[in-house]
Design a protein around this ligand. Sequence first.
Ligand SMILES: [Zn+2]
Length: 306
Amino acid sequence: MLRFAGIVIAALIMSGAVTKALASANALDDDLRETFILANTEFTIFHEIGHAAIDQFDIPVLGMEEDTADFVATMSMIHGHRVEADIRQAELLLMAAEIWIAEWQGEGGVSGDQHAYWDVHSLAIQRFYNIVCLVYGSNPEALPDLLDTDALPAERGFVCEDMFEQSRRSMQWVLETYGRNEETRNPGFGIVLEFEDPVTDTQKQMRRLLKRSTMVSRLATEISARLDWPRDILLRFARCPGNPDAYYNDRVAEITICYELLEHFGRTIDEQGAEMIERVCANPATRRLFGDRAGCALPRESGAAR
Ligand SMILES: [Zn+2]
């Protein structure tokens, strides 16, 4: 599961007129909004694929499976977008990280009492730092100004290169052990896509966006070719009224990603996009890399860090 429970409550409270007012006040350009939704959908797909792979190949997990699924998602996106070679390709990962700050704040932030400390998922704010740490560790020379900012305190930053290398070797081991090769036993199996008929206008918009971007079909093809899946894995986009989530069902080998989750991504950028951009502009590293895209104003005199 991906778990966005905290924000569901906030989203329900903020539904209706208040949401619409905030959305229009913080309106961002459509391209940035769509990129944000797709970035978080991509992260979600890889996260659930992590669960599916652990189940289907019976991969031993030393630690929390949910953390592992996040690491699989982050490493897959780092590799898929060639972030090691070009740090500017980390834009989608920044967006996937930012939503966890939004989640954390939706639960009340540092003084919040909505945090599920008991949960199988790490706290939202930890999920943010885990993504940022691996991105930094993938290419530290390109991100010297990220270290020792609020986005990556030095105490964490110093271990990120080792953490990235450990994750890279683990991913490589999985691909070598369970990957497709000349001895592949199950060439006919892979990821099967299904788009349930949407009902609401926003669900229809989300499905159109998914089809237009081709991201989902491309990932399904790549993931099918990469691992020697012992059976088909159904990846379905579905209606889940009142439940903006994503999950893998090991009994039937199905991944469900709710249209409601994609709507939630859209609401998050509508309502908190302005604060996200403020954070991007306030951090010297993200401002340097993505300031143009985020529309940051003139450079600040001091190196304000978030
Ligand atoms: Zn999960």
